[in-house]
Each structure stands twice: as structure tokens, then as C-alpha cells.
Ligand binder design. Sequence first.
Ligand SMILES: Nc1nc2c(c(=O)[nH]1)N=C([C@H](O)[C@H](O)COP(=O)(O)OP(=O)(O)OP(=O)(O)O)CN2
Ligand SMILES: [Zn+2]
Length: 132
Amino acid sequence: MLSITRQFRFDAAHKLERTELSDQENQLLYGKCSALHGHSYTLEVTVSGPVDESGMIINFTELKKLVTDLVITRYDHAYLNELEEYRNEVVTVENMALHIFRTLSKASEFNDLTLLRIRLYETADSWATVTA
Ligand SMILES: Nc1nc2c(c(=O)[nH]1)N=C([C@H](O)[C@H](O)COP(=O)(O)OP(=O)(O)OP(=O)(O)O)CN2
Ligand SMILES: [Zn+2]
């Protein structure tokens, strides 16, 4: 199967915490990651679909605009714990990847495309993958 992938980068701050727990309980559960800190995230978005008359599944420039508008502008330089979607969820790379995948899947612009996979790197060594 033919697919194309574009990478995106954003910087964001978060802390790992379950809001129903005390600071001390969060510290016991998540250690140093219960304190406010930041990451330079890398997001990979992979789509498949027919190659049109222009020779493309989707122009990378268009894909960039879509993902930037729907995800990157909200997440870049954000304090992730304050975003609506994480009010009741821990800001792990797993939950972030699930939210990003759902957001991009729902976008009507992707109707002619199949969102095959997103991969979100929290660090160069740690990432989460969501596949269709
Ligand atoms: N399964 C997950 N585990 C952890 C997540 C996560 O999202 N999913 N997140 C964190 C923290 O966000 C933390 O910031 C990870 O940072 P890292 O530098 O990788 O921490 P380490 O202790 O593993 O690495 P060091 O190089 O020793 O600092 C934690 N876990
Ligand atoms: Zn972290």
C-alpha cells in the first residue's frame, strides 16, 4: 500500500498528574514527571489514498496546513494540562496520540484519505503509535 508521511514539531509543557490525587500521591506515582516540565514533541502523520491527476495522495503543503490548523497551533507552546481534552485525563504520550488521531480522523478534509497512522515522539527514545 502506498502512503505518505509528514513530520511536525511542537514544544509543550506538561506534568503527569491524576487530578483526583494529592501532589504527594502524584509524586509517588509519577516521580519527577509529576513536576512541570517540557518536551519537544515530534508528530508523524501518515495517510493513504488514491494518487490523483496531480500525481499526489495529498499535497504535502495541504497536509501541513491541515495538521497545523487542527493540532499544532493548539499544542505548540501550550501548557497541555490546561487543554480541554486533558481536564480529566493524564497528559501521557499515549493519551495525546489518541486525541490527535481522533481529531485528524474526524476532520472532513480527510474524507478522501485514510489516516493510517500517527506517531508521537515525546523524546527521541519514547513514542506512542496509533494505527487505523
Ligand atoms: N508510558 C509512558 N511513560 C511515561 C510517560 C508517558 O507519556 N507514557 N511520560 C513520562 C514523562 O513525561 C517524562 O517526561 C519522560 O521523560 P524522560 O526524560 O524520558 O524520563 P526518563 O526518566 O525515562 O529518562 P531519563 O533520561 O532518565 O531522564 C514518563 N513516563
Ligand atoms: Zn514529560
